[in-house]
Design a protein around this ligand. Structure first.
Ligand code: ADP
Length: 555
C-alpha cells in the first residue's frame, strides 16, 4: 500500500525561503577587522531578509554570466555573510556549491578545482595571493571562466596570473541584479547541492557530493534537542571554517531556525575570538579542540568572558578530557564532544550522558566520541577479512562503519570500493561501541600502534599525558621497536615556563594507564604539526621523527 503523504522534494531552497521570510529579522554579523589599539571587533550586521535578497541577486548574476544546470561554483573564502549567501544561493538555483579548502597545498587546490570542474570561483580579496599559488600558472584552471572577488584585494594579481579568466566584483555584480529569483521547485532532491573534498592526508583529496535531501535532513537533525538544540533565540558563532565539512552544517541549521549568526572571518586566534565573544555575546559555538585549547590558555593570562555561551561543541579530533574538565571547573561550561567526517555531512555522534547516568558518570560519557545520532547507524567490524561485526559490548575494538541518509555512498568520480562494505562506509577509525550506542575512538587505522600484538590507544595515551599540568599538547605516534614491533612515542609541547622529565611523566602515567602502554621514547618539540583544519598531523610527525629532526629522549 502506498502512503498518502505528499512527496515534495527536500531542497536547500526551502531553508532559504523559510529563513528569508519568517525569520527575516534575524541577523548576520560579520567581523570585518579587529581594532588595532582597542582590540575590539569592528562588525557589520545584515538581516536574514537582506541575505535572502542578496542570495537572489547572486543567483541572477550567476545565471547572467552563464551558470546553468548543475555546474559547479567554487568558494575560496573565510566565514562571512557573503559566504552564507553563496551557501544558500548556489544550491537553491540548482548549481553545486564547492567549498574549497583555503589551506590545501597548491597542487591539491589545482586538482580539486579541475576534478570538480568548477566554472566560477568566488574568492575573498584577501585570499587572492593564496589562490594564485595554485600550481599550473595561467593554465591551472582550464574550465574556470570567472572569478568573483569579495571585498578589498589585489585584483590585478588575478588578471596577471590567470589572463583568460574574467574578474568581477561581488558587490558590483549584485548591485545590478533584482532581489528576487524564481527558485526551481522541481529539482530532484537526490541531485548534488554542494561538495567538499577530504583533506587527503594520503593521495589526492576525494570528493563528497551532498544532495539536497541529505543537507535538508542533516539540518533538521542538527536542530533537534539531542544534537545542537539550536533555536531562534540563539546566536551562533561560526568558528568552524565554512570551507571544511559545511562548517558542520551550522549555516543551514541556523538559517532554517532563525538563530542569529556571528562570522569571525579570519580572526581565529584566541585573543580576537575572546574579544568577539565578549562583544557579540553568542550563545552557541563550535570548534576543533585546538581552538578551545588556545582559548583556555588565553584565559589563564587574560580576562575571558564566556558568560553568554550555553553550548560549546567540539570534535574533528579527540577532545582531551582535561580540557573539558578545565572549562567546566573555571567557566561552568561543558564542552560537548562530537564525532563525524566530511563523508558524514559531518554529524555522526554527540557525547551527551544518557538519562539513567549518574552525575559522577557524566564526565566519562562526555569523554567518549559520542552517542550515535538519530538517523545514523554505526557498527564495529572486528575482522577485516570476514567482515564479522563485533557485539555492542564497549570493549571489542574494530573499524567503525557508518550508514545513514547523510553519509556518502561513494566518492565523486573516484572508484574506491575498498572504502565501502555492503552499503556501509568504512571510516578508517578504530574504536568500540557499547550497548547504548556510545562510540569510543581509539585511533585512526593509519595511526594505530600495535605493541607485542596488542593495541595501544594513542588517543587515550595523549589524554592521560595532557592531564599533566606541565604539558600543553601531546601527540603519540608508533615507532618501530626490535622487541615489540612497535612502541608508542610521546611528542610533547611544554606549557610556557614549565618543565617535566620523562621519568616524572612515566610515574604520572603509572597511575593512569596500563604499565605496558607507558612510552620509553619522549620528544620535546616546539609545536605539534597541524593539518589544514587544525588537527594533529601525525604523518608529518612520523616523518620528522624518521628524519631525526626531534631531540629524542629515552626515558
Ligand atoms: P580529515 O580526514 O581531513 O581529517 P575530516 O574532518 O573528515 O577530515 O576528519 C574526520 C576524522 O576526524 C574522523 O574520521 C576521525 O578520525 C576524526 N575525528 C572526528 N571527530 C573525532 C572525535 N570526537 N574523536 C576522535 N577523532 C575524531
Amino acid at each position: 500500500m502506498k502512503s498518502t503523504m505528499q512527496d515534495n522534494p527536500l531542497l536547500v531552497s526551502a531553508i532559504l525561503r523559510r529563513g528569508g521570510t519568517i525569520h527575516s529579522q534575524s541577523t548576520v554579523t560579520t567581523v570585518d577587522s579587529i581594532h588595532p589599539t582597542s582590540g575590539a571587533p569592528v562588525t557589520r550586521t545584515a538581516t536574514f531578509g537582506d541575505v535572502a535578497a542578496n542570495a537572489a541577486r547572486l543567483a541572477n548574476a550567476l545565471r547572467r554570466i552563464g551558470i546553468t544546470g548543475d555546474q559547479r561554483v567554487g568558494t575560496f573564502c573565510w566565514n562571512h555573510q557573503e559566504h552564507l549567501e553563496c551557501y544558500l544561493a548556489i544550491p537553491s538555483m540548482g548549481a553545486v556549491l564547492h567549498t574549497l579548502n583555503i589551506r590545501l597545498f597548491p597542487e591539491q587546490l589545482t586538482y580539486v578545482v579541475n576534478h570538480a570542474d568548477d566554472r566560477v570561483i568566488v574568492v575573498d580579496g584577501s585570499l587572492i595571493p593564496v589562490l594564485c599559488k595554485a600550481t599550473g600558472g595561467a593554465n591551472a584552471f582550464p574550465n574556470v571562466q570567472h572569478f568573483i572577488v569579495i571585498g578589498e584585494g589585489d585584483r590585478s594579481m588575478l588578471t596577471q596570473t590567470f589572463p583568460s579568466i574574467q574578474v568581477h566584483d561581488y558587490a558590483t555584480l549584485l548591485a545590478a541584479e533584482q532581489p528576487v529569483f524564481d527558485w526551481p521547485e522541481t529539482l530532484d532532491e537526490h541531485e548534488a547541492a554542494a561538495m567538499c573534498y577530504t583533506s587527503g592526508t594520503t593521495g589526492n583529496p576525494k570528493g563528497v557530493a551532498y544532495s539536497h535531501r541529505s543537507t535538508y535532513l542533516h539540518s533538521l537533525a542538527s536542530l533537534g534537542a539531542p544534537v545542537l538544540g539550536l533555536d531562534e533565540p540563539d546566536k551562533l558563532l561560526v568558528i568552524v571554517p565554512m570551507f571544511h565539512a559545511n562548517a558542520w552544517g551550522m549555516p543551514y541549521s541556523a538559517f532554517f531556525c532563525g538563530a542569529d549568526f556571528v562570522f569571525p572571518k579570519q580572526f581565529l586566534q584566541a585573543g580576537p575570538l575572546a574579544a568577539i565573544i565578549a562583544a557579540t555575546r553568542p550563545t552557541v559555538t563550535a570548534a576543533v579542540p585546538t581552538i578551545w585549547n588556545d582559548i583556555w590558555n588565553y584565559g589563564e593570562q587574560n580576562p575571558l568572558d564566556l558568560s553568554s555561551v550555553r553550548s560549546v561543541t567540539s570534535g574533528g579530533a579527540a577532545v582531551p578530557r582535561i580540557l573539558m574538565q578545565r572549562f567546566k571547573d573555571k567557566y561552568g561550561l561543558q564542552i560537548m564532544q562530537g564525532w563525524g567526517m566530511t563523508e558524514t555531512s559531518p554529524l555522526g555522534s554527540l557525547a551527551k550522558p544518557h538519562k539513567y547516568a549518574q552525575p559522577h558518570e557524566f564526565m566519562d560519557y562526555h569523554d567518549l566520541a559520542g552517542r550515535v545520532l538519530p538517523g545514523v547507524e554505526l557498527r564495529i567490524v572486528s575482522n577485516e577479512e570476514t567482515g564479522e561485526v563485533a557485539p555492542m559490548d564497549g570493549s571489542t575494538i574494530g573499524e567503525i562503519e557508518v550508514r545513514g541518509p547523510w553519509v556518502t555512498g561513494a566518492y565523486y568520480l573516484d572508484a574506491t570500493p575498498e572504502k565501502f562494505r555492503d552499503g556501509w562506509l568504512r571510516t578508517g577509525d578504530m574504536g568500540t561501541l557499547d550497548s547504548l550506542g556510545y562510540l569510543r575512538i581509539t585511533d585512526r587505522t593509519k595511526d594505530v600502534i600495535k605493541s607485542g600484538g596488542e593495541w595501544v590507544s594513542s588517543i587515550d595515551l595523549e589524554n592521560a599525558i595532557m592531564a599533566h599540568p606541565a604539558i600543553a599538547e601531546a601527540a603519540v605516534i608508533g615507532v618501530p621497536d626490535p622487541r615489540w614491533d612497535e612502541r608508542p612515542m610521546a611528542c610533547l609541547v611544554l606549557r610556557p615556563g614549565s618543565s617535566v622529565t620523562p621519568a616524572e611523566l612515566r610515574q604520572f602515567l603509572g597511575e593512569r594507564v596500563a604499565k605496558w602502554w607507558i612510552p620509553e621514547r619522549w620528544a620535546f618539540i616546539d609545536a605539534v604539526p597541524k593539518t589544514s583544519v587544525g588537527k594533529f598531523d601525525k604523518k608529518v610527525l612520523r616523518a620528522q621523527h624518521a628524519d631525526e629532526l626531534l631531540s629524542v629522549v629515552e626515558g
